[in-house]
Design a protein around this ligand. Sequence first.
Ligand code: NAD
Length: 382
Amino acid sequence: MKIAVPKETRGGERRVALDPDACRKLVQAGAEVALEAGAGVAAGFPDAAYEAAGARIVADATALLGEAGFVLKVQAPQARPDGTHEADLLKPGALLLASLFPTRNLDAMKRLAARGVTAFSTDCIPRTTRAQAMDTLSSQANITGYKGVLLAAVEFPAYFPMFMTAAGTTLPAKVFVIGAGVAGLQAIATAKRLGAAVTATDVRPEVKEQIESVGGKYVGIELAQSAQAGGGYAAELSAEDKARQAKLLAEHCAQVDVVITTALIGGVVAPKLLDEATVRAMKPGSVIVDLGADGGGNCVLSKPGERVETGGVTILAPTNLPATVPRAASTLFSKNLLNFVMAFWDKDGKAFRLDWDDDLQKGCAITHEGKVLHGPTLKALQ
Ligand code: NAD
C-alpha cells in the first residue's frame, strides 16, 4: 500500500504526521512510504532521516496525494494558495487518517465525502482502553497544558517559585487551573514543578482525586445536576449550577495571580466561564492563559491567537500550542497514527484493512463512499 505524508499547509503548523521512527516501522511492515520534500523539517526531521528510514521523497504535493492509497496528516485538508483544495487532490477511494476536528472543518468534510475518501479522525476515537494509544486528543492536550503554563510563567511579572534571597523573600505564585482533564492535569503538574501554589476545579467528580495526585488543591461547588457526558467528556452545566460556579470562579480568580483555563464541553466547545466582571476583579499584574482558545475561548475577553491587556490583566489565548513544541508533538502524534494503522494492518496483503464491525474504525470514520457518517458532523452540516 502506498502511504503518503504531505507537508502541513495550515498557517503556524509545524508538526508532521509521521516521524522517521514511525516511518521505519511502516516500511518494515511492507508499506511504500512517500513524503513531500521538507515535510518534517519544521519539526526537526530532515528529508535524509526519512530516506534512511526507507521512504521516498517527492517534491510535488499534487503528485504525492494523487497516487496514495492512504494519506497521513496532522490537520484537516486545507485550501491551497493556488485556489485548489487538498481534499480534492486525494485519489477517489483513498484513506485519510488525521486529526480532522470534523465539526470545525465542515467544508473539508464535504469535499472529502464528495471525493469518495474514507476519512478517519483521531480526535473522534472512542475513549476505550484499546484506543488510548491512538488518541491524539490526549497526546496533544498534554503538550497544551505544559506549554500554556510556560507561557504564563514568562508573562507573569513575578516568580512562580518562592525565593529566599539576601534581598528578601518572594512568595510562590498562586495558579488556578479551570478544567482538569488531560491538559489541565498537566498544567497543574507543570505549575507545581515550577514552584507555584496550585488550585484547580472541574465539574466531573472523579477529578478531585486526580487534581490532588498531581499536587493541586481542589476547589469546587457541589453540582445539583451531574455534568458527566460519558467517555470522560463533560456536559454543559444546568443554569443553576452555572450561576453557582460563576460565583465561585469570580471569588477565586480575585485571589490568585494566574488563571489557566482548559474547559471543554464534549471535547470540542469551550464554555464561557470567565465574564468581564470576573476579569475586572482580578489583581493588576494577573495573567490569564485561555487554553480553550481553539474551542472559542473560556474567557469572554480573550481573542484567540491574540494578547489582550485590560485593567492590568494580561490575557493570552494561544491556538494550536502543540505546533509550538513540534518535535515532541510530532513524535507522539505519529505514534498515535502508527498504532491505529498497525491495529488493522494486513501483513500478507501489506495494506490497511477496513473493518466496519470494529468499534474504533466505526467510531472515528467521518466520511466513506460519498457519505458523511459521523453524527455530530452530519448534524452540524444540516
Ligand atoms: P476535555 O478536553 O473534553 O475537557 C477538559 C476538561 O474540562 C474536562 O476535565 C471537563 O470535565 C472540564 N470542564 C468542562 N466544563 C467545565 C466547567 N464548566 N468547569 C470546569 N471544568 C469543566 O477533556 P479531556 O482532557 O480530553 O479528557 C477528560 C477525561 O477523559 C480525562 O480524565 C481523561 O483521562 C479521559 N480520557 C480517557 C481516554 C481513554 O480512555 N481512551 C482518552 C482520552 C481522555
